[in-house]
Design a protein around this ligand. Sequence first.
Ligand code: GCB
Length: 581
Amino acid sequence: MLYPQSNQFRQTIDLSGFWDFLFDPEDQGEDAGWTSGFTSGRPIAVPASWNDQFEDGRDNLGPGWYQTRFDLPWGWSEQRILLRFNSVNYLAEAWLNGAPLGQHEGGHLPFEFDVTPHVRLEGNHLVVRVDGNLAPDRVPPGRVPWGPPDGFPGDPGNYPDAHFDFFPFCGIQRPVLLCAAPREGLADLTVTTDIEGDKGHVRVRIDRDGDEPATAHLTLRRPGAEISAQVQLPGETAEATLTVPHAALWAPGSPNLYDLTVELARDGAPFDRYTLPVGIRTIAIEGDQLLLNGEPVKLKGFGRHEDFPVTGRGLVPAVIIKDYALMHWIGANSFRTTHYPYSDPMMDLADRLGFLIIDETPAVGLYFREDGLERRRALCRQYVQELIGRDKNHPSVIAWSLANEPHSMRNEAKLFFRELYDLAKALDPSRPVTVVSALGVAEEAFEFCDIVCLNRYWGWYTYPGQIDEACETLAGELKALHEKFPKPLILSEFGVDTIPGCHAQPPEMFSEEYQVEFLTRYIEVLDSLPYVVGQHVWNLCDFKTSQGVRRMGGINYKGVFTRDRRPKMAAHHLRELWRTD
Ligand code: GCB
């Protein structure tokens, strides 16, 4: 699915702003007659989570009803009109002028409807029902009955009862776009690149709607370079390769991008055009090394959250810029989209700024009891397809993560992930695929995953306050893991809750000194092991969680920056360890 853009043949408008909203008092569903509009609504900001916008919103997971009105811009009357939602969490259902458009399950991934048959020139009325409730058969799940072998006995639980450690923010969290696109225009582009000597090959697969013969003109440009090709489209797809002499490769530190423009024409007259940034780079695994453009690369960075006061998980462009500035300042070159796909601007900026991303599906907290398993499997397959469909052309994306910390103790888990792994590889053979696990050597998916990603908290949940024991255990475990699975290994989470302003000497849990010592000593271990190709600190910033005895004030304090993006002591220490200039 191509991200909407505006040019001579396409136009996009953003429906963001203040919409009307109401909570469904008794979950009356569409029978309440709201699908064609309601009068009792209050104003709500779109995009943003609803939870922190209202006094009665925080723990209310819906359903909630949104509505807005719009007119079509001048010149759109003969166009095909698409309505695109960049992210609605969790279950969305939409109606335009009373006509049902469809529904989409799962937040953080885009979906769109062709609204051409329903749209009017003026006075359009869009209604969206959003259900953010947690349920055992949703992904990520909630309200899961705990207990062995899927959970840990005596888990204290939390409220709202999420099966994951971040607040289940809900609502229309990213922009809603209205797009005019040519009929029979471009439907998708898939770009892969490889390198041969100083040449770069850019392979482009073109998919389009309709099958009337057309010609595609391709141009790849950056200042000082322009390469063109032309290919006939007798039907719906075609492929072309552009070869770039003396290619300017993409890498962190030199994130060179080319603009690829594909123009469709019939009888010499162009009728559609799309421009996509392209980074020429390769990613590969050789033995226990991760190679970027043929050279070993080590990831330094973070797990993060899309999380900010008041806006919740809503898109805030200035926070994106700030987070990149902080990551650059500290010397990071990488992050994982813990624990769901991030916004399109976040991904676009990683291409521009040169960050390496492990791109994760929304499958966190998975468990494998029979009840609901088929539904969870179908959702995970859908997420893999939607994620790869959305992000396959980003040079910054160097691996796909199928899930975070699945409760893989049951035999079903291995086959479940084998199927997802095969699906990801079939859709994109060019990138490594991983599962991020806390099980260590017992995680059977590591047998076929390309990279081993482990989350570890020795010195926090286990061996509290005992960093010597923690580091010794960590070193032993990493060695055992690598012996069993001789592949590149990433420590994909490690960190400790740290209350800003809390100090202790000798270091004690929750103090800034303890975070410094924990991270420094862990990094010493990681740097000493050649097969450890990545270190991702948990977390870049403090973030909101459900309430529970482990989360004071409903906040996870493992950030090296506070929730409002101020550095703790550890940020300065990490900077000394990571910055190379
Ligand atoms: C983990 C999870 C992450 C939690 C973190 C913690 O292993 O992957 O979502 O927030 O631990 O702080 O406990």
